[in-house]
Design a binder for this molecule. Structure first.
Ligand SMILES: Nc1ncnc2c1ncn2[C@@H]1O[C@H](COP(=O)(O)OP(=O)(O)OP(=O)(O)O)[C@@H](O)[C@H]1O
Ligand SMILES: [Mg+2]
Length: 243
């Protein structure tokens, strides 16, 4: 079976305002197997979000290859890439990206609406398989009682839990979580981290999480660190995967 995610010699450069180029990722390699948990630590600006966005096919690398479930993203059209991402990947963004005026349950159901899994007219009356999955996840993250509340009224931790439920709705093989406990106090961070690891284990999903919280990073079976555009095994002086 192919790894869930393979990054091969990924380079990402950004043009800067002064005409020079910033190399954020410099020949990064990573392989993630089914059910594996991986943390990517690194300071602010080290390229963690960039790495996750490239793994999800939201951003294109300057060089290198991304394979999701063995499929090379470069060989796909934009709609094909979106379809593969929708089926295969769940994303928890650094800044949640909830739709503030939709209810919690409608936000959780968004991936189904986007993937066109079935008609999801307003999220409220949705039943059937996807509606059940949403209700299940809402219960799992402790938000059943807030399901009909607009997302804008939630606390930071509740938004984070909504984002996790949403990312898992369609049963992705790979969950990418960007700073999933950022903006939470220590207790809130523990609750969200417990949830995240429990839910991916129950669903046999692989997890790649980016964080500068070392306590959170330590929970992953594979611990990596981004520094100077290179990915290192945590504590190692040499890159985790040599280019
Ligand atoms: N679209 C862009 N254009 C130019 N530079 C960018 C762009 N996106 C990111 N960068 C730069 O790339 C570097 C890495 O950004 P990234 O968001 O990946 O870091 P990060 O590790 O996620 O940081 P944080 O911990 O603060 O979230 C930063 O210096 C950022 O300014
Ligand atoms: Mg980031």
């Amino acid at each position: 079976m192919s790894p869930v995610l393979e990054l091969d010699r990924i380079v990402r450069r950004y043009p800067q305002a002064d005409g020079s180029e910033l190399t954020v990722l410099d020949s990064v390699g990573l392989g993630v197997e089914a059910g594996e948990t991986v943390s990517v630590a690194g300071r602010s600006g080290s390229g963690k979000s960039t790495l996750l966005h490239i793994a999800a096919g939201i951003e294109t690398p300057s060089e290198g290859t991304v394979r999701l479930g063995g499929q090379d993203l470069a060989g796909l059209s934009d709609p094909e890439r979106s379809r593969l991402r929708g089926r295969f990947v769940g994303l928890v963004f650094q800044f949640f990206h909830l739709v503030p005026y939709l209810t919690v349950r409608e936000n959780v159901l968004l991936p189904a609406r986007i993937a066109g899994v079935r008609r999801v007219p307003d999220g409220e009356g949705v039943s059937g398989e996807v509606g059940l999955a949403a209700d299940h996840l809402l219960a799992a993250v402790g938000l059943t009682g807030r399901a009909r509340e607009p997302a804008r009224r939630l606390s930071g931790g509740e938004m984070q839990r909504t984002a996790i439920a949403r990312a898992l709705l369609l049963g992705p093989a790979l969950l990418l979580a960007d700073e999933p406990t950022g903006n939470l106090d220590a207790r809130g961070a523990r609750v969200v981290a417990d949830l995240l690891f429990r839910l991916v284990r129950e669903r046999d999903a692989a997890l790649v999480l980016a964080t500068h919280d070392l306590e959170l990073a330590a929970r992953a079976a594979t611990r990596l660190r981004l520094r100077g555009g290179r990915l290192f095994a945590d504590g190692a002086a040499k890159p985790a995967v040599s280019p």
